[in-house]
Design a protein around this ligand. Structure first.
Ligand SMILES: [Zn+2]
Length: 97
């Protein structure tokens, strides 16, 4: 788990927060793809089941080369999150950061 204070410390600078390096790191064990919350800046790995659920919400398919992508959500359940969970999911290419 990443330290929340550390994440909050860089939330004000999205460019630093969303550096490619973060997404290019190996995924945690049993994680399928990474999810970034634009509400609080949390980045975490989720399971295949979780990813498919989010993909349905966002109305897209997870591409076979999923290593090149991450999911972005507009809010999550964390107490530190500025936004509550929304049915808003985007598939983003790491290369485009
Ligand atoms: Zn959040």
């Amino acid at each position: 788990m990443t330290n929340k204070g550390e994440i909050l410390g860089v939330v004000s600078d999205e460019k630093i927060l969303l550096s490619k390096d973060i997404f290019l790191k190996p995924l945690p064990r049993s994680a399928f793809i990474r999810v970034y919350c634009s509400g609080c800046g949390e980045i975490c790995g989720i399971t295949k089941e979780g990813a498919e659920k989010l993909a349905r919400l966002g109305n897209f398919q997870i591409p076979p080369n999923k290593e090149d992508f991450f999911l972005e959500i507009g809010g999550c359940d964390l107490p530190v999150c500025d936004s509550s969970p929304k049915d808003e999911v985007f598939l983003k290419k790491i290369e485009d950061l």
